[in-house]
Ligand binder design. Structure first.
Ligand SMILES: NC(=O)c1ccc[n+]([C@@H]2O[C@H](COP(=O)([O-])OP(=O)(O)OC[C@H]3O[C@@H](n4cnc5c(N)ncnc54)[C@H](O)[C@@H]3O)[C@@H](O)[C@H]2O)c1
Ligand SMILES: O=C(O)C(=O)C[C@]1(C(=O)O)C=C[C@@H](O)C=C1
Length: 361
């Protein structure tokens, strides 16, 4: 079996997560890490996330596959620095959140002997840097690849095989289609989350009342600023029309409310609810691979283990679990994902018998 030397440039949240998910793959020979943050790089070696840390030019020279995982604004400098140190037939890919500008850089800077394939895993976190790295970050997530139209399928297949260790679902898209879509489902939501936080002006009297609604709609406003400045400016052409559409919708809402149009309001809210509810779960990859139940558990040590054991004893496998609310001294609400509807119904029966209130989500 062929084994590949992988080099990751930028061992932060995404690069570190990639290294963790690839490191035990039988297709990987070694993982070399490159980063301007020397401290972080040392930690990545000492904790076994990468095999070796090298400088940019040395680190790419023996690579079969290079993943660029740095902020988008660094790509041009990095590509210019590495272009003369690459092996013939090396695959250069990246994880950048926008794709048209990146593909343009590949075209302009790299020689024909290098196989450039754009990439973008649709998973992330507001916790940036190596501390946020997670071996399972890409599991069940969509991972977009944007090869050039004339890229030999053989190389796309190699990259797909290597990425299979991440557990992500690969989807090949045209860069323009990718950028249009992410403007709507990622970039406008990000700006909106930031705007919602801006709206509070940090007023402690308002923030004091902030609860689930505010938290759920603004989590991503805590993300890495540099990463997002780059994303926003490299997708300006797709983002501005998408923002204009959002502004028009908000203006509609304002006018509907001003004019007391209950029917108009109901239509807008119903349409949003219908669309949102039709998405089985807004989580990695939007894949409805399990059924959720909600249960209320007493606040006592070991309760999560006990629930696991109760379901385990009747042969039900928990495939996803989340604590939605924990109330000190009272109880908490948990979401538990099980493989099938039948499992969910049996789980509810079992938990109810044990006086744990549970229902289908
Ligand atoms: N954060 C997300 O949710 C997310 C999700 C998908 C894709 N992305 C994309 O992934 C890329 C990285 O984002 P991240 O969230 O992992 O950021 P990060 O800040 O966690 O990691 C970036 C790493 O690159 C290093 N770095 C910066 N400039 C460098 C340079 N010139 N040479 C070498 N190393 C350098 C930093 O020290 C850091 O370790 C971005 O292009 C972003 O668009 C981010
Ligand atoms: O879940 C998060 O924290 C993210 O911000 C992830 C998210 C997104 O879904 O918008 C953000 C940017 C990336 O390019 C891909 C995914």
């Amino acid at each position: 079996m062929l084994k590949y030397n992988v080099t990751i440039i930028g061992v932060g949240l995404i690069g570190g997560s990639l290294a963790l998910s690839l490191k035990d793959s039988p297709l990987i020979n070694k993982i070399i890490g490159i980063d301007t943050n020397e401290e972080g790089l040392k930690k990545a070696v000492s904790s076994g996330i990468i095999d070796t840390a090298l400088n940019l030019k040395q680190g790419v020279s023996d690579a079969d596959i290079i993943f660029i995982c740095t902020p988008l604004s660094t790509y041009s400098t990095i590509l210019n620095e590495i272009k003369d140190n690459l092996k013939t037939g090396v695959i250069v890919t990246d994880v950048g959140s926008t794709k048209q500008k990146v593909m343009q850089l590949y075209q302009e800077i790299l020689s024909d002997e290098v196989i450039a394939i754009g990439g973008h895993p649709m998973a992330g976190s507001e916790t940036g840097g190596l501390e946020g790295a997670d071996k399972y970050l890409f599991e069940n997530a969509i991972y977009v690849l944007t090869p050039f139209n004339n890229t030999d399928e053989k190389y796309i297949d190699i990259l797909k095989q290597v990425l299979s260790a991440t557990g992500a679902k690969i989807k090949v898209l045209e860069p323009v289609q990718h950028d249009f879509t992410v403007a709507i489902i990622s970039h406008v939501p990000h700006i909106t989350a930031a705007a919602l936080v801006n709206l509070t002006k940090g007023n402690p009297n308002d923030l004091m009342l902030a609860a689930g609604g505010f938290r759920d709609t603004t989590r991503i406003a805590s993300s890495n600023i540099k990463i997002w400045e780059d994303i926003i400016f490299t997708n300006k052409n797709q983002l501005i029309p998408a923002l204009e559409s959002l502004i028009n919708i908000l203006t509609d809402y304002k006018e509907i409310i001003e004019n007391n149009q209950l029917k108009g309001l109901s239509e807008y809210l119903t349409s949003a609810k219908t669309i949102r509810d039709s998405i089985p779960a807004i989580r990695k990859g939007l894949l409805p691979s399990f059924v959720d139940i909600i249960c209320i558990v007493p606040d006592k040590p070991g309760i999560i283990g006990q629930v696991g054991l109760l379901l385990g004893n009747i042969g039900i496998n928990i495939v996803d679990i989340e604590i939605l609310r924990a109330r000190e001294g009272d109880g908490g609400t948990m979401r538990i994902g099980v493989p099938t509807l039948k499992d969910a119904e049996e789980a509810i029966k079992k938990l109810s018998k044990e006086n744990i209130k549970a229902w289908l989500k």
